[in-house]
Design a binder for this molecule. Structure first.
Ligand SMILES: *[C@@H]1O[C@H](CO)[C@@H](O)[C@H](O)[C@H]1NC(C)=O
Ligand SMILES: *[C@@H]1O[C@H](CO)[C@@H](O)[C@H](O)[C@H]1NC(C)=O
Ligand SMILES: *[C@@H]1O[C@H](CO)[C@@H](O)[C@H](O)[C@H]1NC(C)=O
Ligand SMILES: *[C@@H]1O[C@H](CO)[C@@H](O)[C@H](O)[C@H]1NC(C)=O
Ligand SMILES: *[C@@H]1O[C@H](CO)[C@@H](O)[C@H](O)[C@H]1NC(C)=O
Length: 479
């Protein structure tokens, strides 16, 4: 079992084995080596929250190999195959972390923005934030990450649209940034790295947001401003809910016809707490996998907002929280070999043509004449930015975790190490023999508490936690 294997120190084996770079085909991520569709089993990775990004002190979530080694080992045990990282410094070296996650069988979803002024589009008067130095920053992230085979996609924006009000002006600017990124990637990256948007699950504007970004201007599906993927931060499944009560069924119905992959870029409502993570069986079950490509649990490390799976202490030791074991048990109930073993449909889906009538909500921007690149940006797209720091996969020789990790019951985990996987293999949760976690020695101390289901959900806003927790936009919206 992976659990035991992950606990085995593997000595000084080196590895440059690589994950296959996934491609977007119609509404699916596809592994070009096997021809199988890919389901994201992800976790948001930002220790310390936005304070974990501190360019003045050379610090971001992927710049310390010892920390990444510890967390990759714990994510392997959990069953994760993708991390989402929000705030990165394009001038730091990320080679060791990217190589560790690659060897551990994990992809990276990377946001090109940060909450710092000049490093993201603002929700209010977005034109004030669309200028050369900002776009250059997004290109610098592309340069830094473009060579990693396990880079899954870039997010061109996160929850910049969070209401009908912000939807009045923002959409053409996000679409313009997407266009600039895709043009830059086309000229300067070794492959067609997908670019898309991570939306707040605000139901008033969700459908329009998806359509605004997936539609083809003049019916041209190769239009560079078209998003390659669409993701949403959704917190509508709370406690011991179900497919219907969580309104996941409405999301599946909504995205049934999607022309691009759709997935949760955040999920994991934490009221009630502790969490039971019963949505896992539905997200990776037959009701959803034909439409959704999985999701990213919010989030790895504990912050004051209480979404963490582990606590990272000031001495870099880690305490597993009950939610970690509960989530692990939910993953372990599924047979991920079959979940990941479904042949891709191979179908491309014709996107809707952009038009005023595609946009339903009164007040949502329905103008598809995009802002032109700001002065100086076309030159960057043509010639590349300078200076730049290009990452690369490196040899990693040490897989042992040196920090102390304490289990939920207080005992120390011993011999914790990353287990480098074979070439082309992604990390997978290990199934329990019985198909249920209650009778497995690895999990028996951590039966999930049964919590009463929430009352019927009402209202259109399912994204409050995400906005509070991670929005780049909200702080700027207020000023
Ligand atoms: C572009 O980004 C690089 C790397 O961060 C930086 O050194 C350079 O000054 C930036 N150029 C512009 C025009 O902002
Ligand atoms: C799938 O949908 C059906 C019909 O809504 C529902 O009865 C069933 O519980 C769902 N299955 C899962 C795993 O959510
Ligand atoms: C659409 O946006 C463009 C660019 O901002 C602008 O020139 C044009 O007037 C807008 N069209 C409408 C109908 O508002
Ligand atoms: C904690 O759980 C582990 C794994 O189930 C078990 O081996 C260990 O004995 C437990 N420790 C304590 C202190 O209960
Ligand atoms: C676990 O399940 C197996 C098969 O159902 C059973 O033989 C075994 O006794 C169970 N172990 C425990 C500790 O309950």
């Amino acid at each position: 079992m992976l659990f035991r294997a992950a606990l085995t120190a593997l000595g000084a084996a080196t590895s440059v084995a690589a994950l296959p770079s996934l491609v977007v085909q119609g509404s699916q991520f596809v592994n070009p080596t096997t021809g199988d569709a890919f389901q994201i089993v992800g976790v948001a990775y930002q220790i310390g929250g936005s304070a974990g990004y501190d360019p003045n002190h050379g610090k971001d979530p992927l710049s310390n190999g010892d920390i990444c080694r510890r967390d990759a080992a714990l994510m392997q045990m959990l069953g994760i195959n993708t991390i989402r990282v929000y705030n990165l410094d394009p001038n730091l070296n990320h080679d060791e972390c990217a190589s560790i996650f690659n060897a551990a069988g994990m992809y990276m979803l990377i946001d090109v923005n940060s909450p710092l002024v000049g490093e993201s589009l603002v929700s209010y008067q977005p034109w004030t934030s669309y200028y050369e130095a900002y776009v250059n920053r997004t290109f610098a992230i592309v340069e830094n990450f473009k060579n990693y085979p396990n880079l899954l996609a870039f997010f061109s924006g996160n929850e910049v649209i969070d209401s009908v009000k912000t939807a009045a002006d923002v959409p053409p600017y996000i679409r313009a940034v997407t266009r600039d990124l895709k043009n830059y990637i086309k000229n300067h990256a070794p492959r067609a790295i997908p670019v898309g948007y991570s939306a707040a699950d605000v139901r008033d504007v969700l459908e329009d947001t998806w359509n605004y970004f997936q539609c083809a201007i003049n019916g041209n599906a190769n239009d560079m401003s078209r998003a390659d993927i669409f993701a949403l931060n959704s917190y509508s499944w709370c406690g011991n809910s179900n497919f219907h009560q969580s309104s996941y069924d409405q999301l599946v119905a909504l995205f049934q016809t999607t022309s691009v992959p759709v997935f949760y870029s955040e999920f994991g409502c934490n009221t009630p707490s502790p969490r039971v993570f019963t949505e896992i069986g539905t997200i990776y079950g037959p009701n959803m996998t034909g439409v959704f490509s999985g999701g990213v649990v919010y989030e790895y490390a504990q912050e004051p907002n209480n979404y963490g799976l582990v606590t990272v202490n000031s001495d870099n030791s880690v305490d597993l929280l009950a939610d970690y074991r509960t989530l692990q048990n939910q993953y372990a109930k599924l047979d991920f070999k079959s979940v990941q073993g479904v042949k891709a449909s191979g179908k491309t889906v014709k996107p809707p043509t952009c038009s005023e009538s595609l946009i339903k909500e009164d007040g949502f921007n329905n103008n598809f004449t995009l802002p032109v690149p700001p002065p100086g940006v076309q030159k960057l797209i043509d010639n590349g930015i300078s200076p730049k720091l290009n990452g690369k996969i490196i040899d990693v020789s040490d897989w042992k975790v040196t920090q102390s990790v304490q289990d939920v019951n207080g005992s120390k985990l011993s011999n914790l190490a990353v287990k480098p996987l074979a070439d082309g293999e992604y990390n997978t949760a290990s199934p329990t023999q019985s198909g249920s976690s209650s009778n497995s020695s690895q999990t028996s101390h951590n039966a999930s508490p049964q919590l009463a289901p929430l009352g019927a959900l009402s209202g259109a806003l399912f994204a409050i936690p995400a906005i509070v927790a991670t929005s780049f936009a909200i702080g700027f919206t207020m000023v």
